[in-house]
Each structure stands twice: as structure tokens, then as C-alpha cells.
Design a protein around this ligand. Structure first.
Ligand SMILES: [Zn+2]
Length: 296
């Protein structure tokens, strides 16, 4: 038995759950049968309004549904972000109240936006044109369809191989990782398969992109080849989840590396400009200090 809040937040569509606190505020009218109101718990969801939320926020609903003993209803419940009042989430549910007017069961037909933790924007931009296929993989993963999730993710990685390599090359260039690794990555990118491309990279990519001490390309490579031989749907699901997590982490690290680098060069050039201005004024006021002392 779970709480209604937990059901709304954590249970994917397509599952019937027993709910402990479905009904509340029970009324016993003198001339009719008793009834309860459907609980309206506040729930925590990801809100992606830029610059306002961009994280987990409380959502509330003003829905009012009443249920009598053993009554079943098909309902839509809409929640809105309490912080920005912009983002909404709508659930399509079947709720059934027990004899005791408190516990019951609930089934989720669906929810919009889709169930599940959000896919980071950096992953979306990394896979670019195949955003929709990736999100289908995400949906399959959320619903426990391991083979499907694996197949979608694999397709996206294979098809976007060049894009992923381009991004790594960009990071290597920015981090001045050395021409030999860049040349190797450029050559590897031309391979037809992701696994062959990864095999072709013998030199180390920047340590900054490593995930818990492992090369992310090797991790993806082994996950993809393992998945092909996985026997059960559950095994495929585990591998699909690993692929998604590694992709998200890789995209995050590359984005961070490029951002840090951009910030660093802005900071450096700002300081250099300041020094140059200071040096000029020092030169004018006192020739004795000289540019070498000012340019330290
Ligand atoms: Zn919000």
C-alpha cells in the first residue's frame, strides 16, 4: 500500500496500485450515503521553466472529486507548479474507493508531460535530430520494456556517432588535448559502426570526460555489445538504463568542459585587458616601473 502522493510521483502508467490515503474529508449526510473527497496531496515534480524553476518543485491541484463507498471514477487531475504557476501536469486516472472511504486503488492511464525524470537538455542537444527516438527509448525504459529501450538507445548512438565524436573533438580542441588524439578521433569518426569507431581510438581522451575513472566511450561500447547478447528483458532494461546514465553524464561533462573553458578564457582575457590598461597608465605616469614589472 502506498500513498496517493507516491503513486502520482513515482508510478508509471499502466499499473494498478493500492493506495492508503485515497479518500479524505468524509461526509455523512443525513439523507444520503456517506462519501469522501479524493485526496489532493501536493507533489514534487521537475519543473523546467528557464531561469525560474529548473529543478524539483512542489505542484498543487484544485481538483475536487467526491467518491462514495466502492465507487470507481475516471478522472483527469491537473497539477500546477506552485513556484512559477506556468508548468502543468495532467494525469488520467481511474480511482476506486474502498468500503472504509479512506483506502482504495488507482490506475494511471497516462500523464502529460510524460512520466519519468526529465531528460537533461544537454543530452537532447548531443543527440540532436534523434531526440524523438531517444525519448521513445526513455518511455520504453520507464515502462520496463527493456528490449525496446535498448534498441532505441542503440539506434540513436549508432546514428549520431559522428555528432558524439564531433563534440568530443570540440572538447579536446578546447582543452588543448594534443593533435594526435584529435587526429585519431577524426579518423575514428569515419568508421561505420560506433563499436569500430571506439576500437579505433587507442589514445586517451581527456581525463575530465572520464566517468568514475572509466572512458565513457568504452563504457558505451561494452553496454551496446552486452545488450545484443542479453537474454532477458530485465537484462536489457538494466543495460538500457546504464546507456542512458552514461550518455547523460558524458553530455553533462562535455557541456561543463566547454562552459568552464569559455568562462576561463573570458576571465583570462578580462584580466589581460585590465593589466594592459594598467600597464599603459603606469607607463604614462612613471617610466621608472616599466612594462616588465606591470606585466607580471
Ligand atoms: Zn515551476
Amino acid at each position: 500500500m502506498i500513498s496517493f502522493r507516491e503513486f502520482l510521483e513515482c508510478i508509471p502508467p499502466g499499473v494498478t496500485s493500492a493506495i492508503g490515503d485515497l479518500g479524505c474529508d468524509t461526509k455523512y449526510p443525513g439523507n444520503g450515503s456517506p462519501f469522501a473527497s479524493l485526496a489532493n496531496p501536493e507533489i514534487t515534480l521537475h519543473c523546467d521553466t528557464e531561469k525560474i524553476c529548473g529543478g524539483n518543485r512542489l505542484f498543487k491541484t484544485g481538483s475536487s472529486v467526491s467518491l462514495s463507498r466502492k465507487e470507481s471514477k475516471l478522472i483527469f487531475v491537473t497539477y500546477i507548479c506552485k513556484n512559477c504557476s506556468k508548468v502543468r501536469k495532467t494525469f488520467a486516472l481511474r480511482v476506486t474507493l474502498d468500503e472504509n472511504l479512506e483506502s482504495g486503488s488507482a490506475f494511471k492511464y497516462g500523464e502529460v508531460p510524460q512520466f519519468g525524470p526529465p531528460t537533461p537538455a544537454r543530452v537532447i542537444s548531443l543527440i540532436g535530430p534523434q531526440r524523438d527516438l531517444f525519448l521513445k527509448g526513455r518511455r520504453a525504459e520507464n515502462q520496463g520494456m527493456g528490449i525496446a529501450a535498448f534498441a532505441y538507445y542503440r539506434r540513436v548512438i549508432e546514428d549520431q556517432k559522428s555528432r558524439i565524436f564531433d563534440e568530443i573533438i570540440k572538447v579536446c580542441t578546447r582543452l588543448s588535448a594534443g593533435q594526435s588524439i584529435i587526429d585519431e578521433l577524426v579518423r575514428a569518426k569515419e568508421e561505420t559502426q560506433f563499436s569500430k569507431a571506439v576500437d579505433a581510438v587507442k589514445l586517451a581522451i581527456p581525463q575530465l570526460l572520464f566517468i568514475n575513472g572509466h572512458n565513457p566511450l568504452t563504457l558505451l561500447h561494452s553496454a551496446l555489445s552486452e545488450g545484443l547478447h542479453a537474454q532477458t528483458d530485465e537484462e536489457c532494461l538494466e543495460i538500457a538504463t546504464s546507456i542512458r546514465v552514461v550518455m547523460a553524464e558524458l553530455a553533462e561533462r562535455m557541456g561543463q568542459a566547454l562552459k568552464d573553458e569559455a568562462e576561463l578564457s573570458t576571465a583570462v582575457s578580462r584580466l589581460i585587458n585590465k593589466k594592459a590598461v594598467a600597464a599603459k597608465s603606469t607607463e604614462v605616469t612613471s617610466k621608472a616601473i616599466g612594462p616588465s614589472a606591470a606585466g607580471e
